[in-house]
Design a protein around this ligand. Structure first.
Ligand code: NAD
Length: 290
């Protein structure tokens, strides 16, 4: 049974995963290569829990207890008693492989590993570990405390026991799972990211401004966020990485990343997390940049 959960990567997804696990009674160990990210993650979790308290979704006592269940560190030895480690580091296969290389020697034999990757082959990531049968994809949505879905992805070598244990955990976290086969970007991002990339092409070709594209899609298709606003929310580096995985993995030119998306990432304009993407977030209200 999964009781102690490790999380690698304390960025926007890692802090949300730690939040939801701790809130549901699990002991959490959170690791990041960058100690500043760990301090920032704890502050974000506390702030997001305060928001839940205001909404009546959590009590102050529950918040204090949940925060006390989270410990942080930069050394993989913190995972020696974890039953499951969820990897939520940067969307880069080399980075993830390096993490698994450092992680595996510290794990119990029975420990499971899940990756929160948005797009990278679970089979290939699993094969880079010492436990492909105990490895699978557990794709949370952003923001994790708010979004209901977790996409579950079985690699070709993932055992049924691993799949069932992670599925049961997903339900205990109060989430609903949908199962996807291990093909590039799975279900959600296979459909969502080409739409976002097309929105960037629409901007690049001058069909519409940032504001008109987002307004058209919000009001015209009843989406809660426009595609460019959503791209900034996801992170433009992550969006580009997913498009590369689709383009390389499916060898179809319809997935070519828009050159404007590439340029924004090259400029370091990664969206909300860097305060600039298709919108400028430095003031009180997001301002369209084109
Ligand atoms: P992020 O940039 O906010 O955070 C990534 C974190 O990983 C950073 O804190 C960074 O310091 C850390 N990191 C990088 N290399 C590391 C290493 N070697 N060891 C330990 N920590 C390391 O990114 P994010 O948006 O949280 O995305 C993380 C993962 O979640 C990616 O695989 C992404 O595809 C996936 N994901 C993202 C979203 C989204 O909407 N952003 C949604 C679902 C899944």
């Amino acid at each position: 049974m999964i009781q102690k959960i490790g999380v690698v990567g304390a960025g926007q997804m890692g802090n949300g995963i730690a939040h939801v696990c701790a809130m549901n009674g699990f002991e959490v160990r959170l690791l990041d290569a960058n100690p500043d990210s760990l301090a920032k993650a704890l502050a974000t979790i506390a702030g997001n829990m305060d928001r839940q308290i205001k909404k009546g979704a959590m009590t102050q006592e529950a918040k204090d207890a949940a925060l006390a269940r989270i410990s942080t560190g930069t050394d993989f030895a913190i995972f020696s008693d974890s039953d499951l480690v969820i990897e939520a580091a940067t969307e880069n296969e080399a980075v993830k492989r390096e993490i698994f290389k450092k992680l595996c020697p510290h794990l119990k034999k029975a420990a499971l590993i899940a990756s929160n990757t948005s797009s990278i082959s679970i089979t290939r990531l699993g094969a880079s570990t010492d436990r492909a049968a105990q490895f699978m994809g557990m794709h949370f949505m952003n923001p994790v405390p708010v979004m209901q879905l977790v996409e579950l992805i079985r690699g070709i070598a993932t055992s049924n026991e691993t799949y069932e244990a992670v599925k049961e955990l997903t339900a205990k976290l109060g989430k609903i799972s949908a199962t996807a086969e291990d093909f590039p970007a799975f279900i959600v991002n296979r459909i969502l990211l080409p739409m976002i990339n097309e929105a960037v092409y629409t901007l690049y070709e001058g069909v519409g401004s940032v504001e008109s594209i987002d307004t058209a899609m919000k009001l015209g298709t009843n989406h809660p966020m426009g595609p460019l606003e959503l791209a900034d929310f996801i992170g433009l580096d992550t969006c580009l990485a997913v498009m590369h995985v689709l383009y390389d993995g499916l060898s179809d030119s319809k997935y070519r990343p828009c050159p404007l998306l590439v340029k924004y990432v090259e400029a370091g304009w990664l969206g909300r997390k860097t305060k600039r993407g298709f919108y400028d977030y430095s003031g009180p209200k997001p301002v369209p940049t084109r």
